[in-house]
Design a protein around this ligand. Sequence first.
Ligand code: SF4
Length: 338
Amino acid sequence: MYAGAGKTEFTFELLVSRWAELAWHPTRGDRPTLVARQLGTQQRRWDTVVVEVDPAAFERRRALGDRGLDRDLLRVVERAPAEWEWYRDALPDPGFSWEYVRAAIHRAAGRELVETRHGTGGRVEFRRVQPYPDWVRRLIAVENKPSLDAAAADALVDQIEHDVSAGLLDEVWVATDADDADRALLETFPVEAGVLACDFGDGVTADAAAVHWHAGRLEPDETITSADREESPEAHPSYRAELAERAYDAGWRSYHETMRPDCRAFELRRAGRGLVPYCTAKACHQTASECAGSCGEFTPEPPQWRTSGWPVAGGPGKGFTRLLDRRRERHRERLEDV
Ligand code: SF4
């Protein structure tokens, strides 16, 4: 019997993220998705971000490598010409020094995203390896609040209003415990925000979340960029592309990078079709912030665990990390086969 993991916001968020990976969309039928956590803009960070993808275009995106493209690489790769061209002719004036653009082109070439050569007069020319695919269909944010008491709901209203009006998202949802879902309907959330009633008593299952209020379709603006004032918006990648690339890069399982899977008390425990961190020292599902080097009960794995191949090479901490990375990879592969 699985119980209790959905009570902290952090663990609830992992469960919602896994559920979204498994069962999205809650009303519009199966949609291939990438799911990420804790992504956003300077103004707003979303708990769970769902990227609905075009499978064929996603396959072409995968051909560009496993790592995401940051803003500087996107600027270059999205607009890389089919034929050799001096980079200053091929790209719009960035509004800042061209040196940074040139450095990004060389970085892109180092990742085999573009090709470079020296043309007439030693000018750096480049061309694309393949067109950057239009792989993102829709972007959705889910705000996770397992306990939606009156104070939490009030605090959320402004944030949800911002999400609905920001022009970046196609849909906005609030996910909450099934027992609190009615309260969400009493709040003054914008009517476009959907409400998901979640019951993770048996861990993650396809029907662990049900629609309590339908989300309305928003009208995102593809032209919004994160350009600073001194940058040229024409030379900037779209915010949505940036967010999608960050989602591609991080996924939702990268929490092991900031937690301490190398602590002997760290475990991953099954929660239905998901896995969530568990701390044997504290006998609970620990949060990401308490599972840090500053934790008073942190105990490093004994060195012999790492050297004796127990039970996998590198010790359990490395094993957990590999397991989470493998699951992310497996999910990406499945998306190509949809
Ligand atoms: S003892 Fe502290 S560092 Fe170790 S797993 Fe538990 S919360 Fe994490």
